[in-house]
Design a protein around this ligand. Structure first.
Ligand code: NAD
Length: 366
């Protein structure tokens, strides 16, 4: 089993991310050691209930955990669902002595993390990510959230877990569309900070698509290390953490434009291709490297273009309310090279003239 230690300096919180196969018994062992006599609440979604029962729940059986399964999908990341889970815990006399386990993708991780951060003023949470995206991205870094009618992820906390257990066996049942969605985030982090990882993915794309365990362990471990390096330096996104938003100014606008019906990773993939073009148009990234990024996304069957009939005016309007925007001017993370982001002092996102943004989107309209 591989181990990566995450150290959040501000609150001296230290936790481990464990990566391996068949690690349910290790979760039981960890809880036995660290959280002896605590009551365990396991939050999962209906698609994963059986997998959860056969694995983690089975390993924890002697500790009589309470299983809370909710409908799968983004709609469950709501204040109403948070209330329901909290009521279930309270009805079952759970209190200060609770430990929460989040078994699922980013939706379960974000929601369960938020529940844990406020339940009885905060109880420990252990993440057991089951999607590639959750393993390399959402379970690392402590962001929790629910959505409201006003937008995505607008209410939440920053709350670090006690441990993360990434079991590669769980990826076996993951649908291909979800798998490649996670690949978009791995390609993103490689493009921002690690040319060697980017090249490894280029050279091993077939193996990765076939979910070869050795190749997967390599890219998952490296992607987690890279995200860990960023969140250790900037937990609250006041500087460096902005680099994780490469492809996200446009990607988030597309998600919003499509009413969150398109997969997050697929919108981020389009965002990565177009934002690479933006970096090229302003003279930062070479056209050869912009093309390499687009080609790699395409090799994973990820989309890189917007539909012909897309309303560019509306997308530009949505980008003005992006979290990085200042004075209603959208800002972008700019690639200088594969593996290198533009930065000035502690600033990692930059305003780009609207005409350039429109031109780049036009070029990727198919
Ligand atoms: P998800 O949690 O909705 O999971 C996708 C689908 O796959 C669901 O239907 C789920 O039931 C199913 N699934 C999960 N694991 C499976 C498995 N092993 N086998 C079969 N089916 C499985 O989506 P996601 O892509 O994991 O996460 C997206 C969410 O993560 C978004 O809400 C996004 O905002 C959030 N996110 C958070 C952060 C963060 O830092 N907190 C970062 C990135 C994304």
């Amino acid at each position: 089993m591989e181990k990566i230690a995450v150290k959040i300096k501000e609150r001296e919180k230290l936790y481990e991310v464990l990566i391996g196969s068949s690690i349910s018994a290790s979760i039981a062992e960890f809880i036995g050691k660290r959280h002896k006599n605590r009551k365990i609440g396991v939050i999962t979604d209906d698609n994963l209930k059986n997998l959860c029962q056969k694995t983690v729940l089975n390993a924890l059986k002697p500790l009589s955990p309470l299983l809370m399964s909710i409908p799968s999908g983004e709609k469950s990341k709501s204040r109403e669902m948070k209330d329901k889970i909290e009521d279930r815990l309270l009805e079952n006399k759970y209190g200060r002595d609770t430990v929460i386990i989040a078994f699922g993708g980013g939706v379960i991780g974000d929601l369960a993390g938020f529940v844990a951060s406020t339940f009885d003023r905060g109880v420990p949470i252990i993440h057991v990510p089951t999607t590639l995206l959750a393993m390399v991205d959402s379970s690392i870094g402590g962001k929790t959230a629910v959505n409201t009618k006003h937008g995505k992820n607008l209410i939440g906390t920053t709350y670090q877990p006690d441990a993360v257990f990434a079991d590669l066996d769980f990826l076996e049942s993951l649908p291909q569309g979800e798998f490649i969605s996670g690949m978009a985030e791995i390609i993103k982090i490689a493009a921002t900070s690690d040319k060697a990882l980017f090249e490894f993915i280029e050279n091993n794309n077939r193996k990765i698509l076939n979910r070869d365990k050795a190749a997967l362990i390599h890219i998952i471990k490296r992607a987690i290390e890279l995200k860990k390096d960023v969140v250790e330096k900037d937990e609250k996104e006041s500087g460096l953490r902005q680099i994780l938003n490469l492809g996200h100014t446009l990607g988030h606008a597309l998600e919003n434009y499509h009413n969150y019906k398109k997969k997050h990773g697929h919108c981020i993939s389009i965002g990565l291709a177009i934002e690479s073009k933006i970096a090229n148009l302003i003279g930062k990234l070479s056209s050869n490297e912009a093309k390499r990024i687009e080609a790699l996304l395409n090799r994973f069957n990820l989309p890189t273009t917007v539909e012909k009939n897309v309303d560019i005016d509306k997308i530009v309007e949505i980008m003005k309310i992006d979290k990085k925007a200042r004075n209603q001017k959208p800002r972008f993370v700019i690639l200088e090279k594969i593996g290198k982001i533009k930065s000035e002092k502690n600033n990692f996102s930059f305003e780009v003239h609207e005409s350039i943004v429109r031109k780049a989107v036009e070029l990727y309209r198919k």
